[in-house]
Write a protein of this length. Structure first.
Length: 284
């Protein structure tokens, strides 16, 4: 089993989640209703999932500097068991001040006989091998927001925070080990990256209980052996007739591009998800 601490892998992951969405009307006659005022509520919490497919390309180099096989995860292993969700929460502790938290998680598992040989880290998986693939990507965010412009029906805020990104991909299989014996082969690409972000966020009461929530965050840093950037764009339309009843649709694009080069590790990570989001929201 190739240990990550003992290798110098290069990891490249590219997710292109292409989707287009037109924000549709969520209500019939709701414009005449008056729901809760989200500009004054201390807390809000939303849980959503993404309506999209993935396109993933990965490679992992060996500790001996042997170049790994670049392959498309969906073509070689298929989609498999997929879990994806996003949780957002805010705490308005003063009229113009908020704390915001976010957790995004995507995981996938699939076992399949591969139709191409794959060099993955310090392991080689031959054609027709039953390979199990595990892939997980998660993001945690904590940010502070200050509303520098605030009116009865909208606010515009600056935001500063920290994204903590985790990525892990593992391939494993039972391989022949000479004669009639076998061995368990496995290797893992892993990357944990904290990145600060800065941006703008707006909340607007369109009419009645219909709201638009939009935000953009970005950060880029190049220093010594580290080079990285992060982009997070989101716009959503929310129908909130009651405190505990809110339904929204939106569009989210998130991208992270990180490169590290040290004596014990060389890695590159480029990942993007892009597509429509549906969610349930409560405020109190």
């Amino acid at each position: 089993m190739g240990g990550f601490a003992n290798t110098a892998p290069i990891v490249r992951a590219r997710h292109a989640w292409g989707a287009t969405i037109l924000l549709a009307c969520l209500w019939s006659g709701a414009a005449q209703a008056d729901g809760p005022d989200l500009l004054d509520k201390p807390f809000s919490l939303s849980l959503g999932t993404y309506l999209l497919d993935t396109d993933t390309t990965l490679s992992l180099d060996a500790s001996s500097d042997r170049t790994g096989t670049e392959f498309n995860w969906e073509s070689v292993l298929g989609g498999g068991e997929v879990t994806r969700f996003r949780i957002d929460g805010t705490w308005r502790f003063a009229e113009r001040h908020k704390l915001r938290g976010m957790w995004f998680d995507f995981s996938r598992k699939k076992r399949r006989a591969i139709d191409t040989e794959i060099d993955w880290g310090d392991e080689v998986f031959p054609i027709d091998t039953e390979v199990t693939g595990n892939n997980r990507f998660s993001i945690l965010e904590l940010a502070y927001e200050y509303a520098f412009m605030r009116r009865d029906d909208y606010e515009l805020a600056v935001t500063a925070g920290l994204h903590y990104t985790q990525f892990k991909a593992t391939l494993s299989a039972t391989l022949p080990s000479g004669g009639s014996t076998t061995r368990e082969a496995s290797d893992t690409a892993k990357l944990d990256v904290p990145l600060p972000v800065f941006g703008l966020r707006g909340l607007w009461n369109v009419t009645g209980d219909i709201w638009i929530d939009a935000g953009a965050q970005y950060f880029s840093l190049s220093y010594d052996d580290y080079d990285g950037s992060i982009t997070d764009l989101r716009v959503s339309l929310l129908w909130q007739p009651k405190d505990w009843v809110g339904i929204g649709i939106g569009y989210n694009r998130f991208g992270v591009d990180v490169g590290l080069e040290r004596d014990s590790f060389r890695g590159e990570f480029d990942w993007t998800y892009d597509g429509p989001l549906v969610f349930y929201n409560v405020s109190f």
